[in-house]
Unconditional design. Structure first.
Length: 319
């Protein structure tokens, strides 16, 4: 079935001209169609008939919500070249350049994103997330990104998520080199350390994470990204929606089990369908070291299932 590139733009004449150009090109593998509203394109998305949606800034929030839980890509039109990024298209680029950008993303490498969040567990949650990422890395190196507000893993090296995000927003080759130089390298996993100040996490956007996980670092040969979330606020919620699956420990204490059930209830009733459906629970008994080890292995196994579901494969550990 021929897939669509849906265009929802505040400038319909521009959209019509762009669609006409794309559809007359012999090398463009999709059919571009202009829609007047997000509601019109929703049926095509549900039937898996859309490859990508091109939108203006005014439509972006509604489209993000509509695409949650789907594999459809979203590109947002920007008005200045400085705003251009992996998933933003400079409106006044040539139509040929816009076509090249759309087709190039089709062939880009896709690396699974595994999220981690624990409604309870305190400082043990960070330690557990690090061990799981390390276990996953035994079959191919992963990149561990800490979003714990007071995380300690990787903090001793200095530069962390705050500095990475600063350079990420600068864009360009020089910024990419600086970002890759801030990654702390290990045997089974590389690490982007926690933010310098917990307040920096308030300004992390979904676009930041999409750029970081799908564009800036994938050339290093990672088989998966492991994103450890410390808080389920608006930022944490957005980032978990970027993940292909979410590993969630169930702490085997009276409080831990009740908190887990309450979290699931709120997710289900609030309509957070992607996060809710992507949760992979595993049991943790913190009173027994052997049981803790078993929890790490169980979680890593569930992480492997996420990688396989996304079409990921093994990568040499020294990649």
């Amino acid at each position: 079935m021929e897939k669509l590139v849906a265009i929802i733009d505040r400038m319909p004449e521009y959209g019509e001209r762009l669609a006409k150009y794309l559809n007359t090109g012999l090398s463009f593998p999709y059919r571009a169609v202009v829609f007047s509203s997000t509601e019109e394109v929703e049926t095509y998305i549900k039937n898996d008939g859309v490859y990508a949606v091109l939108v203006s800034k005014t439509e972006e929030p509604a489209v993000i919500k509509m695409l949650a839980g789907t594999s459809v890509k979203m590109f947002c039109f920007c008005e200045t070249e400085e705003e251009q990024g992996p998933f933003t298209l400079y409106r006044y680029s040539s139509a040929k350049e816009l076509e090249r950008r759309l087709v190039a993303v089709k062939t880009a490498k896709r690396i699974p994103v595994i999220g981690f969040f624990s409604p309870t567990g305190g400082s043990e949650a960070e330690s557990l997330s690090v061990r799981i990422a390390g276990e996953l890395g035994r079959r191919g190196k992963v990149l561990y990104i800490s979003l714990f507000p007071f995380g300690i893993n990787g903090r001793q090296q200095g530069d962390g998520l705050s500095e990475v995000l600063y350079f990420l927003r600068q864009k360009g080759e020089a910024a990419r080199d600086r970002i890759q130089g801030m990654v702390q390298c290990g045997d089974y996993m590389d690490i982007i350390g926690p933010a310098r100040w917990y307040t920096d996490l308030r300004h992390v956007t979904k676009e930041d994470m999409r750029n970081l996980l799908q564009e800036e670092l994938w050339e290093k040969g990672y088989r998966a990204f492991f994103v450890a979330i410390g808080m389920f606020d608006c930022v944490g919620q957005d980032i978990l929606n970027c993940c292909d699956g979410v590993l969630m420990p169930v702490w085997e204490t009276a409080h831990g089990r009740v908190a887990q059930e309450e979290f699931r209830r709120q997710m289900k009733e609030s309509g957070e369908t992607k996060v809710y459906s992507g949760i992979q629970e595993f049991s943790v008994k913190i009173s027994e070291s052997a049981a803790f080890d078993e929890a790490v292995k169980e979680a890593a196994k569930k992480g492997e299932e996420v990688i396989e579901r996304c079409g990921g494969g093994d990568t040499p550990a020294d990649a």
